[in-house]
Design a protein around this ligand. Structure first.
Ligand code: EPU
Length: 418
C-alpha cells in the first residue's frame, strides 16, 4: 500500500489538463454489452475503477485492451451474465451491468452492492425500474437474480433522482419493445454523455439533460468507434479549489466551464477569480477566503462529489460556513480528519458547521473514500508542515495521477510505501 505525503505552503501555478470523466466512462463501458463487435473510446482516464470495470467485462466474455488513453472492447463473444461479489464489493458502479445484461441475455446475476463508506446507497430504484419493464427480480444468496425473456417499454417514475439508476434503466430499455419514459430522470452531464453514445450506437432517445427522457426501443445497436470521453468535472473542480487554497494561478485545460457552474458560482462568492477562456478555465486564488454556505444537490446544483474538497476550503475561510449534504447525508468522513489538522468543524445532522481558522497544520490522516482523500490532499497543500494521506488507493480509484498533476503545478507531493 502507498500513502501520499504533501508538504504545504507552495503556491500552485501553471497549466493542468483534465482527464476523461470516471463517472462517464463506467456507464459507457457497460453500454458496450448491448452491442456485438469492437467499440473504442479515447481520453479514457487511467483509473483503478476503469481497471475494475475492464476486469468485470472480461469475466463476462469481452476482450478489453487499454493503451495510452484508448480503450478498446470487443463484446462479440460475451457468454456470461454473472457479476461476482468479489468485484462488485470493490466498485458499486459494477451494478451498471445489470440493465444491459438483462437486455442482452434476458437474464443477469449481479451481486447486490452492500453498504458503502459514504452511506447506505440502496439500489431499489434500479430494481423498481427493471421490474416495471417486465423483469422478474429476486434477491438470493446476496445476488440480484433477474430474468426477462422480453422487456417492454413503460413509464418509469423515479422516486428520487438517481444517476446510475437512470443510466441502468436507460441501458435496459434501449433494446426493449416500444417506448419507455423516465420521469424524474437524473440530469447529470454524465447521463447526457451516455445518451450521446447510445445514440451513436443507433438508439432513439430524447430529453437528455432534462428530467424526462424518452427512449424508443430499437432491435439492434452497433459498436461505437473513437468516442472521446467527456472531461471530468470533479477533477476540474478539485484543481479549482487547489488554486483557491494556495493563492494559485492555474489554467485548467480541456474542461467544460458550464459543467462546473455551481462550484464556480460559489468560488466567485468566496472571492476567487475564475474566468472562462477559450482553452479552459483560469483560476486565481485570493489572500482572503470568504466563508459561504453550501448545499449539495442533484445537477445543476452543487455536486456532492465536491462537498469534501469545499469543506477544506471553508476550513480556512474568514467566518462561518454551513455545509449541508442532501445526497449522501452521512458523507462526512473527512470532517474528523480535517479536525485533526486543526479545522473547527461540528457535525449537526446532515450539516457541518465550519468555523474558519487561520491555518491548518500537517498531520497523518486517513480517509475511507475517494473524495474525502482528495479533500485531505488539498488540506495538505496549504497546511503548515507535512500531511500524510494513507491509503492512496482511494485516490487512484477516481483521479488520474492527481499527485503528479499537482507536482507539475509546483506542489511538494510524493508517495511512500506504508
Ligand atoms: N438512491 C436510492 N435508491 C436508489 C438509488 C439511489 O435511495 O435506487 C439514493 C442514494 O442513496 C442517494 C441518492 O439516491 O441518497 C442519489 O444517489 P445516486 O443513485 O444518484 O448515486 P449513484 O448513482 O450511486 C453517482 C456517482 C457518485 C455520485 C452520485 C451523486 C457514479 C458511478 N457514481 O452515484 O460518484 O456521488 O452519483 O451525484 O456515477 C464519486 O465519484 O465519488 C461518487 C460517489
Amino acid at each position: 500500500m502507498e500513502k501520499i505525503i504533501v508538504e504545504g505552503g507552495k503556491r500552485l501555478e501553471g497549466e493542468v489538463t483534465i482527464s476523461g470523466a470516471k463517472n462517464a466512462v463506467l456507464p459507457l463501458m457497460a453500454s458496450c454489452i448491448l452491442t456485438e463487435g469492437r467499440s473504442t473510446f479515447t481520453n479514457v482516464p487511467e483509473l483503478d475503477d476503469v481497471k475494475t470495470m475492464s476486469k468485470l467485462l472480461r469475466i463476462l466474455g469481452a476482450e478489453v485492451e487499454y493503451e495510452n488513453g484508448t480503450l478498446s472492447m470487443d463484446t462479440t463473444r460475451l457468454n456470461n451474465w454473472i457479476a461476482p461479489y468479489e468485484l462488485v464489493k470493490t466498485m458499486r458502479a459494477s451494478v451498471l451491468v445489470l440493465g444491459p445484461l438483462i437486455a442482452r441475455f434476458g437474464r443477469a446475476r449481479v451481486s447486490l452492492p452492500g453498504g458503502c463508506a459514504i452511506g447506505e446507497r440502496p439500489i431499489d430504484q434500479h430494481l423498481k425500474g427493471l421490474g416495471i419493464l417486465g423483469a422478474h427480480i429476486k434477491i438470493e444468496e446476496g445476488y440480484i437474480e433477474a430474468t426477462s425473456p422480453k422487456l417492454n417499454g413503460s413509464v418509469i417514475p423515479f422516486d428520487i433522482s438517481t444517476v446510475t439508476g437512470t443510466e441502468n434503466i436507460m441501458l435496459a430499455s434501449v433494446l426493449a419493445q416500444g417506448e419507455t419514459m423516465l420521469l424524474n430522470a437524473a440530469c447529470e452531464p454524465e447521463v447526457t454523455e451516455l445518451v450521446h453514445v447510445l445514440k451513436k450506437m443507433g438508439a432513439e432517445i430524447e430529453g437528455a439533460g432534462t428530467d424526462i427522457i424518452t427512449i424508443r426501443g430499437v432491435n439492434k445497436l452497433s459498436p461505437v468507434n473513437g468516442h472521446e470521453v467527456m472531461p471530468d468535472r470533479i477533477e476540474a473542480g478539485t484543481f479549482l479549489i487547489a488554486s483557491a487554497l494556495t493563492q494559485g494561478d492555474i489554467l485548467i485545460k480541456k474542461c467544460r466551464f458550464e459543467n462546473a457552474g455551481a462550484l464556480i458560482g460559489k468560488l466567485l462568492e468566496v472571492g476567487v477569480e475564475v474566468s472562462r477562456i477559450d482553452s479552459g478555465i483560469k483560476v486565481r486564488g485570493s489572500d482572503k477566503i470568504k466563508s459561504v454556505d453550501i448545499t449539495s444537490l442533484p445537477y445543476p446544483g452543487f455536486p456532492t462529489d465536491m462537498q469534501a474538497q469545499m469543506m477544506t476550503l471553508m476550513s480556512v475561510g474568514d467566518g462561518l460556513s454551513i455545509i449541508t449534504e442532501t445526497i449522501f447525508p452521512q458523507r462526512f468522513m473527512h470532517a474528523g480528519e480535517l479536525r485533526r489538522m486543526g479545522a473547527d468543524i461540528k457535525l449537526v445532522g446532515n450539516s457541518a458547521v465550519v468555523r474558519g481558522v487561520p491555518y491548518l497544520s500537517g498531520a497523518p490522516t486517513m480517509a475511507g473514500d475517494l473524495r474525502a482523500s482528495a479533500s485531505l490532499v488539498l488540506a495538505g497543500l496549504l497546511a503548515l508542515g507535512k500531511t500524510q494521506v494513507s491509503r492512496a488507493y482511494h485516490l487512484d480509484r477516481g483521479y488520474d495521477r492527481l499527485d503528479k498533476k499537482l507536482e507539475a503545478l509546483g506542489a511538494r507531493i510524493w508517495r511512500e510505501k506504508e
